[in-house]
Every structure is written in structure tokens, then in C-alpha cells.
Design a binder for this molecule. Structure first.
Ligand code: PLP
Length: 339
């Protein structure tokens, strides 16, 4: 029986595997990946590494884990990493770098476009002194709230990192959304970074997984940490096959998500005023008054559209018909006050 996805705006994590993806999973060649014997996992790791212009890749069960593996492979106990104060790795990953890795986060104010000011980064890089944690790595995010990093930004951070002997990691959960939206090869956006974590289970539509890429010795260290964290999986080719399928079939189509996002955002702006609506790539952010937003959510829910917080995410399980339904509710919206 086929799954029938509801129109669900909560996140691009809700995408269900397509029949073609399921077929690829069912017929995947597998082996024990902890022993390095799963041909499909190896193929996925090489494919992502090549796509992002790096030497090697490592398949991980989640983006949270692949970011952790990246930080652990860059740092020692007692080191610190510089990170945006709104970044996923800082806000939404359970404090794992500190909890599990003894790595102290040094947050820096983050702009809506994901940038941290270069002077703010430089100001928190610690001098060589045993009073301080050792600053080891800067971590950026692309996209941030759907917004791609400005094209000229990461190279400037890379130069700063090189001056100070720091590594540069990217939480690139949705890097391919940025690449498709900006019309640049992903490898070019990835070039300034020593390591990148890419999610397969967001807009790319795979059910599970993330891939960390970097140079060979870095990935070897990360592979050790993956075992320590319990992320070593056995016949994982079953799920890696979905990642390969996604890379082959679901990258260019991200442009459709972006087009649909713009359509929803424009409808919202016509209804409520552009000052309440921001959007980029596959996300819309609303800043309506709470009671208006709640009433809108109720009217969407009545039509079977699933919504959560005022950040809407468009993905491959929302087609043009779904967009038309959403836009119809928006256009018809009125504050039906009972009191
Ligand atoms: C989803 C996401 C991650 C990883 O989350 P998981 O749920 O662990 O896969 C990391 N960074 C960003 C920006 C994300 O959106």
C-alpha cells in the first residue's frame, strides 16, 4: 500500500521514500559496513565526497551525529569551537559537543543570513595561554533558516581561520538547496571548508542519514568517533542506497521546492503585507501577530494541512496541488471572531 503524505509544512524531514527509492533500497548490495564491506555505503561516501570536492566521506545515521563527528575529529578535549548563537549545532543538538566531547562552544552573534561578523570571530579567538580553552575550529551553517550564505563570505572566514591556524567546518544540512538556488556547483560552495556535514533526509528525501566529508586522515579520525558514539552500522547499504538515489534524482528538483516556496510566500505577502513574510530557498518565515497566526493555522488544519511554528518548509511531498490548497486557504483567510 502506498503512503499518502498529507500536505505537511512542518519540515522537509517529513518526506517519505518514493517507490523508486524503495526499489533501490530493496535491491542494494550490502555487507558489514563496520568492517568496511558494504559496497553501497562506500559508493555513497565516495559520491558525496566527489560531489563536494573532498577526498573522503563517512556515512552517519543523523546530521547531529555527523556534525559531532566533525567537531570531535577537529578537536581535543578542552578545545573550543566558534559557532553562531542561532546555529543548529549550538541550539538544537543537545549540547552534544560539550556533553560528549568536552568541547566548549564559543557562541558569536549570528545574522539572519547565517554570517558571523569577521571581527566578532576574531575577538573570541583565544591567545596561547593556559587560562583559556584552545580555539580550534569555526563552524558555519548553510543554509541558515533557508537562507544561503552570501557567496563571498566563507572564503573570508577561511582566510581568517588560516591566519589563526583554525579549521573550518560547515553544517551543510541543506547545502544543496543553496547550490541549486545560487546556481553554483556544490563543490564551489564547499571549497573553503575543511569538512562538511550534508543531510540526506531533509529536502533530498532519503529516510535516514548524513554524510561527513573531508580529507582522508580527518575521515579516519571521524570513523573512530563514529564507532565510539554507536554510529557504526552493519548492512547499512539498505539506507545508503536511498541516499544515492536521492543524489541522482532529487537534487535538481530542489528548484521546484524553491519555486513553490516563493509562490506561497507571495500569496502570504499579498494577504498580510510583505513586512510579515521572509523567504529563501525552501523556507518561509512569518512574523504575524500570534492570534492571527493561530487562526491561520486553525483554518489550514481544517483543510488537512499540517503546520507548526511560523516557519514553513516546502519539500518534495508538497506538489503544485498542495501549494494551490495552501494558497486557497491563505486567500480565503479571515479572522472569524466569535466574541
Ligand atoms: C536537520 C539539521 C541538522 C541535523 O539534524 P538531524 O535531525 O540530526 O539529522 C543539522 N543542522 C541543520 C541546520 C539542520 O537543519
Amino acid at each position: 500500500m502506498a503512503d499518502a503524505p498529507a500536505v505537511d509544512l512542518r519540515s522537509d524531514t517529513v518526506t517519505l521514500p518514493s517507490p523508486g527509492m524503495r526499489a533501490a533500497m530493496a535491491s542494494a548490495a550490502v555487507g558489514d559496513d563496520v568492517k568496511g564491506e558494504d559496497a553501497t555505503v562506500r559508493a555513497l561516501e565516495q559520491q558525496v565526497a566527489q560531489h563536494l570536492g573532498k577526498q573522503a566521506g563517512l556515512f552517519a545515521p543523523s546530521g547531529t551525529q555527523s556534525n559531532l563527528l566533525g567537531l570531535f575529529a577537529h578537536c581535543e578535549r578542552g578545545d573550543e569551537y566558534i559557532v553562531g548563537d542561532q546555529a543548529h549545532t549550538y541550539q538544537y543538538e543537545g549540547g552534544g559537543a560539550a556533553v560528549l566531547g568536552s568541547i566548549q562552544p564559543q557562541p558569536v552573534a549570528m545574522s539572519r543570513d547565517g554570517t558571523l561578523s569577521l571581527s566578532a570571530i576574531e575577538a573570541v579567538i583565544k591567545p596561547e595561554d593556559f587560562h583559556f580553552a584552545k580555539t580550534r575550529v569555526v563552524c558555519l551553517e548553510n543554509t541558515h533558516g533557508g537562507v544561503p550564505l552570501p557567496l563571498d563570505y566563507a572564503p573570508q572566514v577561511r582566510d581568517l581561520c588560516q591566519q589563526h591556524g583554525l579549521s573550518l567546518h560547515l553544517d551543510g544540512a541543506r547545502l544543496l538547496n543553496a547550490a541549486v538556488a545560487q546556481g553554483y556547483p556544490a563543490a564551489q560552495l564547499a571549497e573553503p571548508f575543511d569538512s562538511i556535514s550534508l543531510c540526506l533526509s531533509k529536502g533530498l528525501g532519503a529516510p535516514v542519514g548524513s554524510v561527513l566529508v573531508g580529507d582522508e586522515s580527518f575521515i579516519q579520525r571521524a570513523r573512530r568517533w563514529r564507532k565510539v558514539l554507536g554510529g557504526g552500522m552493519r548492512q547499512a547499504g539498505i539506507i545508503a542506497a536511498a541516499g544515492i538515489y536521492a543524489l541522482e534524482h532529487h537534487v535538481q528538483r530542489l528548484a521546484e521546492d524553491h519555486r513553490r516556496t516563493a509562490e506561497i510566500a507571495q500569496t502570504l505577502a499579498e494577504k498580510f503585507g510583505g513586512e510579515y513574510v521572509r523567504y529563501a530557498t525552501n523556507m518561509v518565515h512569518l512574523s504575524l501577530d500570534t492570534h492571527i497566526y493561530q487562526a491561520l493555522c486553525e483554518q489550514l488544519t481544517q483543510r488537512g494541512i499540517v503546520v507548526g511554528r511560523p516557519r514553513w518548509v516546502v519539500h518534495r511531498d508538497i506538489d503544485d496541488e498542495g501549494v494551490a490548497q495552501i494558497c486557497q486557504v491563505i486567500r480565503a483567510f479571515s479572522l472569524k471572531s466569535a466574541d
